[in-house]
Design a protein around this ligand. Sequence first.
Ligand code: ADP
Ligand code: MG
Length: 304
Amino acid sequence: MSIVVEGVTKFYGEQKALDNVTFTVETGKITGFLGPNGAGKSTMMKIITGFIPASSGKLSVNGLDVGEAGLEIKRQIGYLPENNPLYPEMYVREYLGFVAEIYKLPSPRKKIIDNIIEMTGLTAEQKKRIGSLSKGYRQRVGLAQALIHNPTVLILDEATTGLDPNQIIEIRNLIKEAGKEKTVMLSTHIMQEVEAICDRVIIIDKGIKMADDEIGKIYSVIKRPKQSVMIEFDREEIAEPLTAVSYISSAIHLKGNSWMVEAEGSEDIRPLLFAYAVRNKLTVLSMQNQESNLEEVFRQLTNG
Ligand code: ADP
Ligand code: MG
């Protein structure tokens, strides 16, 4: 285990931001830390990286006690804080030299800096001022500073928030690449991000851990009707209510001529829906089974 968090609670004054949170982050995997705004994600990441102390609980990174190990632990962790604070007046290459100095990386540092610039795709930008870069390139600089000392654990707080769709894909690819040889924990409030890059997901809401599992297994935690089917007819008015059809427990009228139908039980309701359409002289234009998705898991766990 790369990160072990045991019963961590954090108070800001009277407010409890984390409530007895326990989890582990496995070595060599990409773990998503998912939750709505204010859930406590950034707080947890600041605690793991040693920037703020927990009010109570125990944490270790690579077997080192957070809080006691000091600089030694910082050498093993790369951290991209939320909103990626950088020095806008500094030039990209100059800034990375400055970070290399902070970590006291061995000289000559030129090769280390060349490598990280190439790895994060900053070759053409290395002589530009950070303040003049697009947000996507600033995130690359943020990743470069998090990776420059070749840490084994990478903590990324909302690394793609505020980026345009192309930039999101580019940054996700960099994270996936880094995740091949490092343990990555990334926070996000975007479910698709977790589905796109993570092996595992920990869901947190109001400071409380709600779920913690492999992506494939997380779906089993939600209660869903056995089937959801989206059906579109050729007209809007229907006489016989859809809920009159066997097994159908609810029917929601969507836009235009479409309905979302939910059914209990394992009986395939699609033939019954066809028979219903024939009986009511309706033509079925389309019919789709709706898969469970992580969005649904998230909604159920954090709205309850
Ligand atoms: P997330 O990153 O999931 O959006 P945060 O960890 O930033 O959540 O915040 C969790 C809760 O703690 C929020 O209610 C937030 O307002 C509060 N909080 C965060 N930082 C501070 C702080 N420095 N002082 C007081 N309250 C804070
Ligand atoms: Mg945050």
